[in-house]
Design a protein around this ligand. Structure first.
Ligand code: ADP
Ligand code: AMP
Length: 214
């Protein structure tokens, strides 16, 4: 099963993608996580991505598309995957469609996690991230067992630089401008599913499973 998660930054794409990956035993591929791991590791790709990410801007398509297409060609992707944070622009979506078509494949579902902008700011301000394993928490809605410490790997949790309020507003504007048109793109492909992302996170997951199948 090949799934795309759509939605504003902070809508809950990563939270739901991790649950989907676990239940359906497919890899969770987050372009944001890949960039952050590269920044942490000091690679050339990380250095390219960092200045854009810190400013809340999108990393250019020529960097992002190749990286994602390489990732989905790896052996663990044979059974499918859940994409989180890709595509974010129409050219990214078109490149993905074309690359899959060449292999005689297509995406199965694009799940839009729908959350209004007002809730996004609260979510991002309370998000805490583990930069080691990619786990995310929320100080109120999804707290870790011990405050400030990752449940899975015991690393200290951080507020991402791009989750600071001034950057969140910029990311939302870019989302509406460049990413929201993808909802129409996947509607036209007949694979769009919309879920109400304002519900409690386990309820959102139930709604997604109701569509994907048990
Ligand atoms: P995205 O991957 O779309 O940027 P995340 O999955 O990281 O978003 O979620 C953003 C923040 O909101 C996190 O702190 C997460 O714990 C919290 N969150 C996710 N889903 C819900 C929900 N349904 N209700 C409340 N908070 C949520
Ligand atoms: P995320 O972890 O999905 O919130 O992504 C964090 C940041 O990484 C974004 O604000 C962008 O700067 C960058 N990024 C992640 N995925 C993409 C993408 N598909 N296209 C461009 N930039 C991306």
């Amino acid at each position: 099963m090949k799934i795309i998660m759509l939605g504003a930054p902070g809508a809950g794409k990563g939270t739901q993608a991790k649950k989907i990956a676990k239940k359906y035993e497919i890899p969770h591929i987050s372009t944001g996580d890949i960039f952050r791991a590269n920044i942490k590791g000091g690679t050339e790709l990380g250095m390219k991505a960092k200045s854009y990410m810190d400013q809340g801007q999108l990393v250019p398509d020529d960097v992002t598309i190749g990286m994602l297409l390489d990732r989905i060609s790896e052996a663990d992707c044979e059974k499918g995957y859940v994409l989180d944070g890709f595509p974010r622009t129409i050219p990214q979506a078109e490149s993905l469609t074309a690359a899959l078509k060449e292999r005689g494949e297509k995406m199965d579902y694009a799940v839009d996690v729908d959350v209004p902008d007002e809730s996004i700011v609260t979510r991002m301000g309370g998000r805490r991230a583990c930069l080691k394993c990619g786990a995310t928490y929320h100080v109120v809605f999804n707290p870790p067992k011990a405050e400030g410490v990752c449940d899975s790997c015991q690393e200290a949790l951080v507020l991402r630089d791009d989750d600071k309020p001034e950057t969140v507003q910029k990311r939302l504007t870019i989302y509406h401008d460049q990413t929201q048109p993808l909802i129409e793109y996947y509607k036209e492909q007949g694979i769009l599913v919309t879920v109400d992302g304002t519900k409690e996170l386990n309820e959102v997951f139930k709604d997604i499973v109701a569509v994907l199948g048990a």
